[in-house]
Design a protein. Structure first.
Length: 155
């Protein structure tokens, strides 16, 4: 049995050590907000946080995540930074099809938790592993700046 702490709740899972965390979250824990995109950590749709770090769940084995704090898009709004990012996404109408947006929001939140006021270049670098077929990259960058500005106002 593996113990995963997902969005603050403990889950006992009878899964192989090498099972990708993505499938444990979606198929066993039944949290479907984290999406499958490429299965090779190239698109970012499966991004989650493990102990506060943005990681690709499609290539992260369950054994790596045991006993660590896992946060998914399903609960990122409980984090003040995550909530600001989600609000900025809504304010600017970032999403079109929406498929990649959970991963985009998770990566943006991870960036802002490490760098509260990133430059365009820092945003582009941090978000470069997240693909958006709809091409909303300009609005994504604007939303990250908006969320950063909202954090400065509250400070």
């Amino acid at each position: 049995m593996k113990t995963l702490i997902v969005n603050g709740q403990s889950h006992e899972l009878d899964v192989p050590d090498d099972m990708p965390l993505l499938w444990a979250l979606r198929d066993v824990v039944r949290l479907r907000g984290t999406k499958f995109g490429c299965g090779m950590a190239l698109c970012g749709a499966c991004t989650i946080h493990i102990d506060g770090q943005a990681m690709r769940s499609c290539v992260t084995p369950v054994s790596f995540a045991q006993g660590k704090a896992i946060t998914t898009i399903d609960a990122i709004g409980e984090d003040p930074v995550g909530r600001r990012v989600q609000e900025a996404w809504l304010d600017l109408g970032v999403a079109q099809c929406g498929y990649c947006q959970g991963g985009q929001i998770m990566s943006a939140t991870g960036l802002l938790k490490q760098n509260a006021n990133p430059t365009d270049a820092e945003i582009d670098d941090a978000m470069s592993g997240n693909l958006c077929r709809c091409g909303t990259y300009t609005r994504i960058r604007e939303a990250i700046h908006l969320a950063a500005d909202a954090g400065e106002e509250k400070a």
